[in-house]
Design a protein around this ligand. Sequence first.
Ligand SMILES: NC(=O)c1ccc[n+]([C@@H]2O[C@H](COP(=O)([O-])OP(=O)(O)OC[C@H]3O[C@@H](n4cnc5c(N)ncnc54)[C@H](O)[C@@H]3O)[C@@H](O)[C@H]2O)c1
Length: 340
Amino acid sequence: MSLRFAIIGVGNIAPLHATAIQSIPAADLVAVCTRDETRGRAFADKFGGNYFSDYRAVLARDDVDVVALCTPHDLHAPMTIDAARAHKHILVEKPMARNVAECDAMIDAAKRAGVTLGVVFQMRFDPLVANLQSLISNRLGQLLWVSTTALWYRTDEYYRSGAWRGTWDREGGGVLINQGVHVIDLMLYLTGMPTRVTAQTRTLNHQIEVEDAALAILEYADNQLGLIQATVAAYPGYPERLEIVGARGSAIYHRGEARLEWHLADPRDDGETRGAVSSGASAPMNINAAGHIAQYHDFVAALRERRAPLIDGREGRKSIAVIEAIYRSAACGQRVEIGD
Ligand SMILES: NC(=O)c1ccc[n+]([C@@H]2O[C@H](COP(=O)([O-])OP(=O)(O)OC[C@H]3O[C@@H](n4cnc5c(N)ncnc54)[C@H](O)[C@@H]3O)[C@@H](O)[C@H]2O)c1
Protein backbone atom coordinates (compact mmCIF):
# COMPACT_ATOMS: atom_id res chain seq x y z
CA MET A 1 0.00 0.00 0.00
CA SER A 2 1.13 3.55 -0.72
CA LEU A 3 2.36 5.76 2.11
CA ARG A 4 0.13 8.79 2.40
CA PHE A 5 1.85 12.09 3.13
CA ALA A 6 0.63 15.47 4.35
CA ILE A 7 2.77 18.60 3.99
CA ILE A 8 2.22 21.17 6.73
CA GLY A 9 3.49 24.65 5.80
CA VAL A 10 3.74 25.51 2.11
CA GLY A 11 6.36 28.27 1.91
CA ASN A 12 9.83 28.18 0.35
CA ILE A 13 10.86 24.62 1.05
CA ALA A 14 7.56 22.76 0.64
CA PRO A 15 7.81 22.32 -3.18
CA LEU A 16 10.98 20.25 -2.70
CA HIS A 17 9.05 17.95 -0.36
CA ALA A 18 6.22 17.61 -2.87
CA THR A 19 8.75 16.86 -5.63
CA ALA A 20 10.41 14.23 -3.43
CA ILE A 21 7.06 12.59 -2.64
CA GLN A 22 6.22 12.54 -6.37
CA SER A 23 9.54 10.77 -7.03
CA ILE A 24 8.49 7.74 -4.96
CA PRO A 25 6.05 5.41 -6.73
CA ALA A 26 4.61 4.09 -3.45
CA ALA A 27 4.01 7.53 -1.89
CA ASP A 28 1.12 9.94 -2.35
CA LEU A 29 0.56 13.52 -1.24
CA VAL A 30 -2.96 13.47 0.21
CA ALA A 31 -3.08 16.70 2.26
CA VAL A 32 -1.49 20.14 2.34
CA CYS A 33 -1.95 22.60 5.16
CA THR A 34 -1.25 26.27 5.65
CA ARG A 35 -3.23 29.11 7.11
CA ASP A 36 -2.90 31.06 3.84
CA GLU A 37 -5.82 29.57 1.90
CA THR A 38 -4.97 31.03 -1.51
CA ARG A 39 -1.45 29.70 -1.35
CA GLY A 40 -2.54 26.37 0.10
CA ARG A 41 -5.11 25.74 -2.62
CA ALA A 42 -2.65 26.76 -5.36
CA PHE A 43 -0.10 24.33 -3.91
CA ALA A 44 -2.67 21.52 -3.77
CA ASP A 45 -3.71 22.24 -7.37
CA LYS A 46 -0.11 22.00 -8.50
CA PHE A 47 1.13 19.04 -6.46
CA GLY A 48 -2.03 17.19 -5.39
CA GLY A 49 -3.75 16.54 -2.07
CA ASN A 50 -6.65 18.22 -0.28
CA TYR A 51 -6.24 21.63 1.32
CA PHE A 52 -6.62 22.13 5.10
CA SER A 53 -6.26 25.36 7.07
CA ASP A 54 -5.78 23.69 10.48
CA TYR A 55 -3.05 21.09 10.97
CA ARG A 56 -5.08 19.42 13.70
CA ALA A 57 -7.69 18.53 11.09
CA VAL A 58 -4.92 16.83 9.08
CA LEU A 59 -3.76 14.89 12.15
CA ALA A 60 -7.34 13.72 12.79
CA ARG A 61 -7.52 11.97 9.41
CA ASP A 62 -7.10 8.23 9.05
CA ASP A 63 -5.79 8.54 5.49
CA VAL A 64 -2.55 10.31 6.52
CA ASP A 65 0.46 8.14 7.50
CA VAL A 66 3.29 10.71 7.51
CA VAL A 67 3.44 14.46 8.08
CA ALA A 68 6.21 16.58 6.60
CA LEU A 69 6.68 19.68 8.74
CA CYS A 70 7.80 22.67 6.65
CA THR A 71 6.83 25.33 9.18
CA PRO A 72 8.78 27.99 11.14
CA HIS A 73 11.15 26.67 13.81
CA ASP A 74 8.97 27.42 16.85
CA LEU A 75 6.28 25.11 15.47
CA HIS A 76 8.54 22.08 14.93
CA ALA A 77 8.26 20.80 18.52
CA PRO A 78 4.52 21.34 19.18
CA MET A 79 3.52 20.02 15.75
CA THR A 80 5.79 16.96 16.09
CA ILE A 81 4.40 16.16 19.53
CA ASP A 82 0.80 16.55 18.33
CA ALA A 83 1.52 14.42 15.25
CA ALA A 84 3.13 11.67 17.33
CA ARG A 85 0.13 11.61 19.66
CA ALA A 86 -2.05 11.21 16.56
CA HIS A 87 0.16 8.22 15.57
CA LYS A 88 1.62 9.85 12.46
CA HIS A 89 5.22 9.41 11.38
CA ILE A 90 7.06 12.72 11.13
CA LEU A 91 9.70 14.16 8.82
CA VAL A 92 10.56 17.62 10.17
CA GLU A 93 12.67 20.22 8.38
CA LYS A 94 15.96 21.41 9.85
CA PRO A 95 16.71 22.66 12.43
CA MET A 96 15.01 19.96 14.48
CA ALA A 97 13.85 22.61 17.00
CA ARG A 98 14.97 25.79 18.77
CA ASN A 99 16.75 24.06 21.64
CA VAL A 100 17.72 20.71 23.15
CA ALA A 101 14.76 20.60 25.56
CA GLU A 102 12.37 20.76 22.59
CA CYS A 103 14.35 18.05 20.76
CA ASP A 104 14.13 15.78 23.80
CA ALA A 105 10.37 16.29 24.08
CA MET A 106 10.00 15.42 20.37
CA ILE A 107 12.13 12.27 20.66
CA ASP A 108 10.19 11.22 23.75
CA ALA A 109 6.79 11.79 22.09
CA ALA A 110 7.78 9.75 19.02
CA LYS A 111 9.15 6.94 21.16
CA ARG A 112 6.05 6.77 23.34
CA ALA A 113 3.78 6.67 20.30
CA GLY A 114 5.95 4.15 18.44
CA VAL A 115 6.23 6.41 15.38
CA THR A 116 9.29 7.29 13.29
CA LEU A 117 10.80 10.76 13.54
CA GLY A 118 13.18 11.98 10.84
CA VAL A 119 14.95 15.35 10.49
CA VAL A 120 15.78 16.81 7.07
CA PHE A 121 19.48 17.44 6.46
CA GLN A 122 19.68 16.79 2.75
CA MET A 123 23.40 17.63 2.49
CA ARG A 124 24.21 14.27 4.12
CA PHE A 125 22.83 12.55 1.02
CA ASP A 126 25.24 14.19 -1.43
CA PRO A 127 27.19 11.30 -3.01
CA LEU A 128 30.47 13.18 -2.32
CA VAL A 129 29.76 12.82 1.40
CA ALA A 130 30.01 9.02 1.07
CA ASN A 131 33.38 9.50 -0.67
CA LEU A 132 34.52 11.76 2.15
CA GLN A 133 33.33 9.26 4.77
CA SER A 134 35.38 6.56 3.10
CA LEU A 135 38.48 8.81 3.02
CA ILE A 136 38.05 9.56 6.73
CA SER A 137 37.59 5.90 7.65
CA ASN A 138 40.35 4.48 5.46
CA ARG A 139 42.88 7.06 4.34
CA LEU A 140 43.28 10.24 6.41
CA GLY A 141 44.44 8.62 9.64
CA GLN A 142 43.68 10.03 13.05
CA LEU A 143 41.68 13.24 12.78
CA LEU A 144 43.51 16.36 13.94
CA TRP A 145 41.40 19.26 12.73
CA VAL A 146 38.01 19.93 11.19
CA SER A 147 36.76 23.32 10.10
CA THR A 148 33.80 24.63 8.20
CA THR A 149 33.40 27.95 6.47
CA ALA A 150 30.01 29.23 5.35
CA LEU A 151 30.38 32.84 4.15
CA TRP A 152 26.80 33.16 2.98
CA TYR A 153 24.53 36.07 2.22
CA ARG A 154 20.92 36.91 3.00
CA THR A 155 19.26 40.20 2.06
CA ASP A 156 17.27 42.45 4.40
CA GLU A 157 14.27 41.54 2.26
CA TYR A 158 14.79 37.88 3.17
CA TYR A 159 14.47 38.78 6.85
CA ARG A 160 11.37 40.87 6.14
CA SER A 161 9.76 38.01 4.17
CA GLY A 162 8.42 36.24 7.27
CA ALA A 163 7.57 37.61 10.73
CA TRP A 164 9.33 34.60 12.31
CA ARG A 165 12.67 35.28 10.63
CA GLY A 166 15.42 36.98 12.58
CA THR A 167 13.71 36.50 15.95
CA TRP A 168 14.86 34.59 19.04
CA ASP A 169 11.36 33.60 19.92
CA ARG A 170 10.34 32.04 16.61
CA GLU A 171 13.51 31.29 14.61
CA GLY A 172 15.42 30.33 17.78
CA GLY A 173 18.60 32.09 16.63
CA GLY A 174 20.15 33.43 13.46
CA VAL A 175 22.74 32.19 10.99
CA LEU A 176 23.80 29.30 13.22
CA ILE A 177 20.41 27.68 13.71
CA ASN A 178 19.04 28.41 10.25
CA GLN A 179 21.86 28.35 7.67
CA GLY A 180 25.00 27.19 9.53
CA VAL A 181 23.14 24.20 10.94
CA HIS A 182 23.52 22.46 7.56
CA VAL A 183 27.33 22.40 7.62
CA ILE A 184 27.44 21.93 11.39
CA ASP A 185 25.32 18.79 11.01
CA LEU A 186 27.61 17.58 8.24
CA MET A 187 30.70 18.21 10.33
CA LEU A 188 29.28 16.31 13.32
CA TYR A 189 28.08 13.44 11.11
CA LEU A 190 31.51 13.03 9.55
CA THR A 191 33.82 13.71 12.48
CA GLY A 192 31.88 13.22 15.72
CA MET A 193 30.84 15.39 18.64
CA PRO A 194 33.14 17.97 20.25
CA THR A 195 33.17 18.27 24.03
CA ARG A 196 33.81 22.01 24.55
CA VAL A 197 33.32 25.27 22.70
CA THR A 198 34.46 28.89 22.90
CA ALA A 199 32.46 31.24 20.71
CA GLN A 200 31.68 34.78 19.63
CA THR A 201 28.51 35.84 17.84
CA ARG A 202 27.58 39.23 16.34
CA THR A 203 24.85 41.00 14.44
CA LEU A 204 27.07 42.69 11.88
CA ASN A 205 24.94 43.97 9.04
CA HIS A 206 21.22 43.21 9.37
CA GLN A 207 18.40 44.84 11.34
CA ILE A 208 17.61 41.66 13.28
CA GLU A 209 17.82 40.68 16.94
CA VAL A 210 19.65 37.38 16.31
CA GLU A 211 23.23 36.83 15.13
CA ASP A 212 24.22 37.08 11.47
CA ALA A 213 27.81 36.02 12.19
CA ALA A 214 29.44 33.43 14.45
CA LEU A 215 32.89 32.02 15.16
CA ALA A 216 33.33 28.94 17.34
CA ILE A 217 36.43 27.04 18.41
CA LEU A 218 35.70 23.38 19.18
CA GLU A 219 37.67 20.95 21.33
CA TYR A 220 37.30 17.18 21.11
CA ALA A 221 38.03 14.44 23.65
CA ASP A 222 41.01 13.13 21.66
CA ASN A 223 42.90 16.42 21.23
CA GLN A 224 41.32 17.20 17.85
CA LEU A 225 40.46 20.85 17.18
CA GLY A 226 37.59 22.32 15.22
CA LEU A 227 36.41 25.67 13.92
CA ILE A 228 33.05 26.97 12.70
CA GLN A 229 32.85 30.21 10.71
CA ALA A 230 29.34 31.11 9.62
CA THR A 231 27.78 34.36 8.46
CA VAL A 232 24.98 35.60 6.22
CA ALA A 233 26.61 39.05 5.96
CA ALA A 234 29.16 38.08 3.28
CA TYR A 235 27.87 39.58 0.01
CA PRO A 236 27.27 37.95 -2.48
CA GLY A 237 27.57 34.59 -0.66
CA TYR A 238 30.43 32.16 -1.27
CA PRO A 239 30.36 28.38 -1.64
CA GLU A 240 30.54 26.68 1.74
CA ARG A 241 33.34 24.24 2.51
CA LEU A 242 34.53 21.69 5.02
CA GLU A 243 38.22 21.06 5.73
CA ILE A 244 39.37 17.84 7.36
CA VAL A 245 42.98 17.30 8.39
CA GLY A 246 44.20 13.87 9.44
CA ALA A 247 47.61 12.53 10.48
CA ARG A 248 48.09 10.90 7.04
CA GLY A 249 46.44 13.48 4.77
CA SER A 250 43.76 16.10 4.30
CA ALA A 251 40.51 16.50 2.41
CA ILE A 252 38.76 19.68 1.39
CA TYR A 253 35.08 19.30 0.57
CA HIS A 254 34.13 22.33 -1.51
CA ARG A 255 30.50 21.57 -0.78
CA GLY A 256 29.07 24.64 -2.45
CA GLU A 257 31.03 23.80 -5.62
CA ALA A 258 30.29 20.06 -5.43
CA ARG A 259 34.00 19.22 -5.46
CA LEU A 260 36.03 17.01 -3.13
CA GLU A 261 39.84 17.01 -3.19
CA TRP A 262 42.23 15.04 -1.05
CA HIS A 263 45.97 14.98 -0.55
CA LEU A 264 47.71 12.00 1.02
CA ALA A 265 51.26 11.24 2.15
CA ASP A 266 51.97 9.60 -1.21
CA PRO A 267 50.95 12.17 -3.87
CA ARG A 268 50.06 9.33 -6.25
CA ASP A 269 47.06 8.74 -3.99
CA ASP A 270 45.80 12.33 -4.32
CA GLY A 271 42.49 12.80 -6.03
CA GLU A 272 39.52 14.97 -6.87
CA THR A 273 35.92 14.17 -7.65
CA ARG A 274 32.96 16.31 -8.60
CA GLY A 275 29.19 16.15 -8.31
CA ALA A 276 26.19 18.37 -9.07
CA VAL A 277 26.13 21.86 -7.52
CA SER A 278 23.26 22.73 -5.14
CA SER A 279 24.06 25.50 -2.65
CA GLY A 280 22.01 28.08 -0.76
CA ALA A 281 25.05 30.37 -0.33
CA SER A 282 23.42 33.40 -1.97
CA ALA A 283 19.71 32.62 -1.64
CA PRO A 284 17.83 29.85 0.13
CA MET A 285 16.06 28.44 -2.89
CA ASN A 286 19.10 28.13 -5.16
CA ILE A 287 19.04 24.45 -4.24
CA ASN A 288 17.68 21.53 -6.22
CA ALA A 289 15.53 18.66 -5.02
CA ALA A 290 18.16 15.90 -5.27
CA GLY A 291 19.01 15.87 -1.55
CA HIS A 292 15.36 15.88 -0.46
CA ILE A 293 14.57 13.10 -2.94
CA ALA A 294 17.41 10.97 -1.55
CA GLN A 295 16.33 11.64 2.04
CA TYR A 296 12.69 10.76 1.28
CA HIS A 297 13.83 7.47 -0.29
CA ASP A 298 15.75 6.66 2.91
CA PHE A 299 12.81 7.68 5.12
CA VAL A 300 10.30 5.59 3.18
CA ALA A 301 12.70 2.61 3.12
CA ALA A 302 13.16 2.99 6.89
CA LEU A 303 9.39 2.80 7.45
CA ARG A 304 9.07 -0.25 5.20
CA GLU A 305 12.06 -2.01 6.77
CA ARG A 306 11.09 -0.97 10.32
CA ARG A 307 14.51 0.58 10.93
CA ALA A 308 15.57 4.08 11.97
CA PRO A 309 16.07 6.57 9.13
CA LEU A 310 19.64 7.83 8.56
CA ILE A 311 18.74 11.06 10.36
CA ASP A 312 16.45 10.29 13.26
CA GLY A 313 15.67 12.48 16.27
CA ARG A 314 18.92 11.67 18.07
CA GLU A 315 20.91 12.64 14.97
CA GLY A 316 18.88 15.80 14.43
CA ARG A 317 19.47 16.82 18.05
CA LYS A 318 23.29 16.82 17.74
CA SER A 319 23.61 20.11 15.85
CA ILE A 320 21.18 21.74 18.29
CA ALA A 321 23.31 20.61 21.26
CA VAL A 322 26.38 22.23 19.69
CA ILE A 323 24.56 25.41 18.63
CA GLU A 324 22.99 25.78 22.08
CA ALA A 325 26.47 25.52 23.62
CA ILE A 326 27.79 28.12 21.14
CA TYR A 327 25.03 30.54 22.19
CA ARG A 328 25.82 29.90 25.86
CA SER A 329 29.54 30.51 25.32
CA ALA A 330 28.94 33.69 23.32
CA ALA A 331 26.57 34.99 26.01
CA CYS A 332 28.90 34.35 28.96
CA GLY A 333 32.23 34.93 27.17
CA GLN A 334 33.59 31.63 28.52
CA ARG A 335 34.51 28.19 27.26
CA VAL A 336 31.54 25.86 27.91
CA GLU A 337 30.95 22.10 27.96
CA ILE A 338 28.74 20.62 25.24
CA GLY A 339 26.14 18.38 26.86
CA ASP A 340 25.52 14.92 25.45
N1 LIG B 1 16.46 22.00 3.92
C1 LIG B 1 16.66 23.20 3.39
O1 LIG B 1 17.57 23.43 2.60
C2 LIG B 1 15.73 24.32 3.78
C3 LIG B 1 15.63 25.48 2.98
C4 LIG B 1 14.71 26.48 3.39
C5 LIG B 1 13.97 26.32 4.56
N2 LIG B 1 14.15 25.19 5.31
C6 LIG B 1 13.40 24.99 6.58
O2 LIG B 1 12.04 24.75 6.25
C7 LIG B 1 11.20 25.32 7.28
C8 LIG B 1 10.25 26.33 6.64
O3 LIG B 1 11.03 27.36 6.04
P1 LIG B 1 10.46 28.21 4.80
O4 LIG B 1 11.59 29.07 4.35
O5 LIG B 1 9.76 27.32 3.83
O6 LIG B 1 9.39 29.11 5.59
P2 LIG B 1 8.20 29.99 4.99
O7 LIG B 1 7.98 31.10 5.96
O8 LIG B 1 8.46 30.29 3.55
O9 LIG B 1 6.96 28.97 5.05
C9 LIG B 1 6.39 28.56 6.27
C10 LIG B 1 5.00 27.99 6.00
O10 LIG B 1 4.42 27.56 7.24
C11 LIG B 1 3.08 28.00 7.27
N3 LIG B 1 2.59 28.06 8.65
C12 LIG B 1 2.94 28.93 9.63
N4 LIG B 1 2.23 28.67 10.74
C13 LIG B 1 1.41 27.64 10.45
C14 LIG B 1 0.43 26.93 11.19
N5 LIG B 1 0.14 27.21 12.46
N6 LIG B 1 -0.25 25.93 10.55
C15 LIG B 1 0.02 25.61 9.27
N7 LIG B 1 0.95 26.25 8.52
C16 LIG B 1 1.61 27.26 9.11
C17 LIG B 1 3.11 29.34 6.58
O11 LIG B 1 1.82 29.76 6.16
C18 LIG B 1 4.03 29.01 5.40
O12 LIG B 1 3.29 28.37 4.39
C19 LIG B 1 12.16 25.93 8.31
O13 LIG B 1 12.42 24.98 9.30
C20 LIG B 1 13.41 26.20 7.50
O14 LIG B 1 14.59 26.25 8.28
C21 LIG B 1 14.97 24.18 4.92
